[in-house]
Design a protein around this ligand. Structure first.
Ligand SMILES: [Zn+2]
Length: 291
């Protein structure tokens, strides 16, 4: 196991325990989540050694890397993806000052294919070889490997990380490298689960957004803004991902041994709470601007 001794956000060294969560998707092992006593950052600690971390991604039910439609949750995920892809495209059309887009952690390439069809100049990076193969076969997108990032020409208008930041062992290094690839005035779009959402507070250690040990970090709105400020980036908007409340609550309910309907209802309740304000959506999109 690998123990983190310095807080990746503030460099603090004192981390009282926050929760112990089980890996419900792959290993059934338990992992502690700690909370930095200086900045409140929540992170999984210790984590598996980096050479075995990849083993924790090997499960058919880990839907974001596959396109199988097995099971009700996966089925809904595929249907909802169609709607969310359209919304994501509209968002990019609204924020992009030019047409060069980089999707870091592009998975099977559905988002990039949608952008490409809308005449954007797209580049994808994906560390998982299986996902890269699917992206090429299904979507005609050829993602680069992680080490090829440094050979890219800078000047991207938008760089997107859809539920990716929480997976990066080398957090600060990856952020610096990505910011260097942005054009001046460019936008870094970061979507992450929100541990201060109503569904996170309801489900606690069963909350699917913790997804240990694959999710190394659990970013509250306050902490993620502080992290990017450290890198000279200013948060210009925080946007909701309302479908995630349903998906995450249904999955959390399954972890708890409860029924789908209750999960659906709790997702609806989480969104109703979030609509009142206070950055309480189950997952949120943050837009960071490069000066
Ligand atoms: Zn800290």
């Amino acid at each position: 196991m690998l123990t983190i001794s310095r807080c990746p956000v503030c460099d603090g060294q004192s981390f009282p325990p926050f929760l112990t969560c089980k890996d419900f998707t792959v290993s059934e092992e338990s992992f502690p989540i700690v909370s930095c006593s200086d900045c409140g950052f929540l992170f999984t600690n210790p984590i598996p050694d980096l050479d075995v971390l990849g083993n924790y991604y090997k499960a058919e039910s880990y839907v974001s890397h596959t396109s199988s439609s097995k099971g009700l949750i996966n089925f809904l995920y595929q249907r909802v993806r169609k709607i969310t892809l359209k919304r994501k495209l509209r968002l990019i059309q609204r924020i992009a000052k030019g047409n060069r887009i980089l999707d870091f952690g592009c998975g099977t390439g559905h988002f990039l294919a949608r952008l490409q069809a809308a005449k954007f100049d797209v580049t994808g990076v994906e560390p998982d070889a299986d996902a890269r193969a699917v992206a090429e076969k299904l979507n005609g997108i050829r993602p680069l490997q992680r080490h090829e990032l440094s050979s890219l020409q800078p000047g991207f208008d938008v760089i997107t990380l859809w539920h990716v930041l929480e997976h990066l062992p080398d957090l600060n290094k990856d952020i610096s490298e990505l910011i260097a690839l942005l054009a001046p005035g460019g936008t870094l779009l970061v979507a992450v689960p929100n541990p201060t959402s109503g569904d996170a507070e309801l489900y606690k250690e069963y909350w699917a957004g913790y997804d240990v040990p694959r999710h190394l970090y659990h970013f509250s709105p306050t902490v993620i803004k502080r992290l990017f400020e450290k890198h000279g980036m200013e948060c210009s908007a925080c946007l909701p991902m309302p479908f995630d409340a349903y998906y995450v609550s249904m999955l959390s309910e399954k972890h708890k041994g409860g029924g789908m309907l209750r999960g659906f209802f709790n997702g609806w309740k989480s969104n109703r709470r979030a609509r009142k304000g206070g950055d309480k959506w189950s997952s949120q999109i943050y837009l960071f601007q490069k000066k």
